[in-house]
Write a protein that binds this ligand. Structure first.
Ligand code: UD1
Length: 361
């Protein structure tokens, strides 16, 4: 039996790596198909080697383009690839344009789909990711949820899938696997960052960076915070900052896309995290760091409810109000809801659910 994991962006690689590993020795062949949505070496291929994934069986190299160009390029490429490699099932992680395109291509090629990280909802259709994740959920036969609230979201939408299971979050598996490596990064030597003296920040969502006023307001607010900010700049954000001529405050230290383990080491050493990334919100929670979410809504409300993160939006008032709350976060917020994302064995549960499903065919 053969399955294929279809991925193409940095967070999809992180979600998929432990699943690939969990297939080893099961008798089910697992192939990787790379769409190439993220095409810079440090956004894609570097993550393959760092997260110990093999060379992809196929690399579609879709590269730069508008979302429609990327999506149609992936659908076309996958149409050809799935015709020759014919897996019994494709695993599609997350909510990216690659995930949407993979869902469409598999559906048209008659390949069953298992959606990994299924059921997350922010309720905000302005986010391309929200549209993508909803559509992929409704195209899939196997829905693998990271949390119980995700299961409830799917139930409320009356999905038609054959299997809906709460397996836990495979990003948590990845983090646990690299726990020692994270611990061993010398952030002081490598990044001149001393423990607890800085905030770690990322920002890349279209809603936050594509509008000059919004991006300008966020940068101004961050520039006025009384703390050093290590800002890992996504290529999209770098391009927008240059295009809009926005200058960043002197308290910001800008760095290119960083490797996985180093990113988590910088999160772990930080005072707090500021981000619009879905994945980083969870990683900060697992590493015990309070987070300011620079969005209007999140799909990880469990963390907000636990009191460990705050939705601050993209305005100066929201960000400075959130900043004042950071020092008052109760440490118990991180432990009382620890198990909401599973026990670090999500990948094994994913493989078990898929094996069972395939053998029932
Ligand atoms: C995508 C995902 C988002 C995920 C994020 C992680 C969608 C809709 N969004 O957003 O869910 O959190 O990846 O990074 O799929 N670019 C480069 N080099 C690259 C990749 C992108 O320069 O390797 C630039 C390009 O100018 C591109 C822009 O960044 O147009 C945006 O890239 P894109 O892949 O469309 O979405 P992300 O913003 O990365």
């Amino acid at each position: 039996m053969k399955v294929a994991i279809i991925l193409g962006t940095r967070p999809q690689i992180i979600k998929s790596a432990p699943v690939y590993e969990a297939f080893e020795g099961t008798g089910i062949e697992c192939q990787i198909i790379n769409t190439g949505q993220h095409y810079d070496y440090e956004m894609n291929r570097e993550f393959f080697s760092e997260l110990r994934l093999p060379e992809p069986a196929a690399d579609l190299g879709v590269g730069q383009g508008t979302p429609n160009e990327q999506i149609s390029g992936i659908i076309e490429g996958l149409g050809r690839t799935l015709g020759t490699s014919s897996p019994e099932l494709a695993i599609v992680p997350g909510d990216t344009n690659s995930a949407l395109a993979a869902g469409v291509a598999c559906s048209k090629a008659g390949v069953r789909i298992a959606h990994l990280e299924s059921g997350c909802r922010s309720g905000d259709l302005r986010m391309p990711e929200e549209v993508n994740r909803r559509l992929v959920d409704h195209m899939s036969q196997v829905l693998l949820c990271p949390t119980q609230p995700c299961m409830e979201n799917l139930e409320a939408e009356h999905v038609l899938a054959d299997v809906v299971a709460n397996v836990g979050d495979t990003m948590y598996d990845s983090l646990l696997k690299f726990r020692d490596a994270i611990e061993n990064v010398d952030i002081e030597g490598r990044y001149n960052a001393s423990e607890g003296s800085y905030a770690f920040m990322t920002l890349h969502r279209a809603e936050a960076v594509d509008d000059p006023r919004t991006l300008g307001a966020v940068m101004k607010a961050v520039g006025s915070l009384e703390t050093q900010v290590i800002f890992s700049v996504h290529p999209r954000t770098k391009a927008r900052l240059a295009e809009f001529g926005i200058r960043t405050g002197s308290n910001l230290k800008l760095m290119g896309p960083l490797p996985y383990v180093d990113t988590l080491a910088l999160v772990k050493g930080s005072q707090f995290v500021m981000t619009d990334s879905g994945g980083l919100q969870k990683e900060a929670f697992w590493l015990g760091k309070p987070t300011l979410i620079t969005r209007d809504r999140t799909e990880w409300n469990e963390i907000v409810r636990a009191g460990a993160s705050f939705i601050v939006g993209t305005t100066a008032e929201g960000i400075s109000r959130g900043f004042k709350k950071i020092g008052h976060v109760d440490r118990r917020s991180f432990s009382k809801s620890k198990k909401i994302f599973g026990n670090g064995d999500a990948s094994k549960k994913v493989v078990r659910a898929i094996s069972k499903y395939l053998s029932s065919m």
